[in-house]
Design a protein around this ligand. Structure first.
Ligand code: NAD
Ligand code: UGA
Length: 457
């Protein structure tokens, strides 16, 4: 094995990205370490800790050959030449910047551990998403004291989306590597670029200065989320005017300057990163006294929260302004299809708001029930969990589709309707089923950004 790579953090990013490097660079030894022993045990088992289409196959091919999962963080640091840091960087929940700034404690612990355990020079790569200029702090920590070693800190943010991680990693739009314009920076950059060049065309491997690279990651997420919030803001206007958001998105997206992707109105965006990264951007803007810029980005998050409240408001209004004691089936709890991840899923807020209204909530999801149970554990028996969608919707007054899983699109809605209390309501938070057909079947149908089809009119 001619290179020894270590990744600290075996999460949604560390696991799949390292599995892909191991797959494409069979002569490289790749070790992924984590302090979470349960997670590492799962990576070493047949039941991987995350659900991601195609991931099992990649891990099966490489694990034990040149891909290893371990809890031996210190040993891993000693042995590696190249080190990726993919630990979590959540929003701070305490002290200065609470609710906005990135909580860098896990990242800093890692930096100090690298400093303490390294026995030679290393390339240290920020894989996690960090505030702009964090590499500077990392370099200071790594070089503190009288360390004889040189650490070259690079930024290589990850752009994969959950649910499509393997496809995104196999065929990325771009790989971004930020490095210092020093001889050692350029040397490290070429080592990392060569690694990706094993399967990514050279023209898609972008280089930048470290600060641009760090900021580009926040910027990309903010702009993606902003598109969704723009469409969601327009969806409210569509509902008020009988315009149809799908038609508007199609017309707008045909403009080649705008493009058709990421224009789907929904119950709101979720996921561990959009909200966190935008709030991080807001905090950065405020730190540099750029109040207007901060307010601009903050609005993307506020519109997202408003959209979720609006969705529940629509349910309440349609169900004669009371859902107390009514059974409401939530089809989908994951923040998007093809993942079991529920972090910041709009379903969490929707479930909570419905319980506040004294509804009896039933949650159904093909991959996310374990996470959902944890997310709303404090709601006790006001939320129940059911893997079978027909059982979940049985006796329900309303069905709300919150994740666009294929299995929910393909349900036998005649059977669903027959099991429900009448009149039966369907709220499509993902605009993913045939509203006309469901209305004809007998549902009152409410979609996002579309005229409602109420059977009681
Ligand atoms: P995660 O919470 O799934 O995984 C992080 C892992 O790091 C955890 O298993 C945790 O135990 C481990 N860890 C924390 N401190 C550690 C330490 N000192 N030593 C060893 N292990 C430690 O997080 P994630 O979703 O993989 O995200 C990681 C980073 O990547 C974040 O900065 C995120 O913003 C960014 N990112 C995430 C995605 C995504 O799709 N989830 C995509 C792009 C970028
Ligand atoms: C997002 C980005 O797409 C990735 O490039 C980035 O690497 C990642 O965040 C990250 O930094 O964590 P992810 O959150 O996994 O990826 O999933 P997305 O496909 O971006 O979806 C995010 C949310 O937006 C989902 O809830 C999705 O349903 C919603 N969405 C997306 C819409 O409501 N409408 C759309 O048109 C697109």
């Amino acid at each position: 094995m001619n290179q020894n790579i270590l990744c600290i953090g075996a999460g949604y990013v560390g696991g799949p990205t390292m599995a892909m490097i191991a797959l494409k660079c069979p002569e490289t030894r790749v070790t992924v370490v984590d302090v979470n022993a349960e997670r590492i045990a799962a990576w070493n088992s047949d039941a991987l800790p995350i659900y991601e289409p195609g991931l099992d196959e990649v891990v099966r091919q490489c694990r034990g050959r040149n891909l290893f999962f371990s809890t031996e963080v210190e040993k891993g640091i000693e042995a590696c030449d190249i080190l990726f840091v993919a630990v979590n960087t959540p929003t701070k929940t305490f002290g200065h910047g609470a609710g906005y700034a990135a909580d860098l404690q896990y990242w800093e612990k890692t930096a100090r551990l690298i400093h303490d355990c390294a026995k030679g020079d290393k390339i240290v790569i920020e894989k996690c998403t960090l505030p702009v200029r964090t590499a500077e702090a990392m370099s200071r920590i790594l070089h503190s004291g009288r360390t004889p070693h040189h650490f070259e800190v690079l930024s290589n943010p990850e752009f994969l989306a959950e649910g499509t991680a393997i496809a995104d990693l196999t065929n990325p739009d771009r790989v971004l590597i930020g490095a210092d314009a020093t001889p050692s920076g350029r040397q490290a950059l070429s080592v990392v670029a060569d690694l990706y060049a094993r399967w990514v065309p050279r023209e898609r491997i972008l280089t930048a200065n470290v600060w641009s690279s760090e900021l580009s990651k926040l910027a990309a997420n903010a702009m993606l989320a902003q598109r969704v919030s723009s469409m969601n803001a327009l969806s409210a206007l569509c509902e008020a005017t009988e315009a149809d958001i799908t038609e508007v998105a199609h017309a707008v997206g045909m403009d080649s300057r705008i493009g058709p992707k990421f224009l789907k109105a929904s119950v709101g965006f979720g996921g561990s990163c959009f909200k966190k990264d935008i709030l991080n951007l807001v905090y950065l803007c405020e730190t540099y006294n750029l109040q207007e810029a901060a307010e601009y980005w903050r609005q993307v998050v506020l519109v997202n929260e408003w959209q979720q409240s609006r969705f529940v408001g629509n349910i309440l209004q349609a169900l004669f302004n009371t859902v107390a004691g009514k059974r409401i089936a939530l089809l989908g709890f994951a923040f998007k299809a093809d993942t079991g991840d529920t972090r910041e899923s709009p379903a969490i807020r929707v479930a909570r708001m419905l319980v506040e209204e004294h509804a009896q909530v039933v949650v159904c999801d093909p991959q996310a029930l374990a996470n959902a149970r944890r997310d709303v554990a404090d709601l006790g028996d006001r939320v129940v969990f059911e893997a079978d969608p027909y059982a979940a919707t049985k006796g329900a007054d309303a069905v709300a589709i919150l994740t666009d899983w294929t299995c929910f699109r393909e349900l036998d809605y005649g059977r669903v309707l027959a099991g429900m209390r009448q009149p039966a309501f369907l709220f499509d938070g993902r605009n993913c089923v045939d509203h006309e057909a469901l209305y004809e079947l007998g549902f009152s149908v409410y979609a996002v950004g579309k005229p409602s089809r109420s059977r009681l009119d």
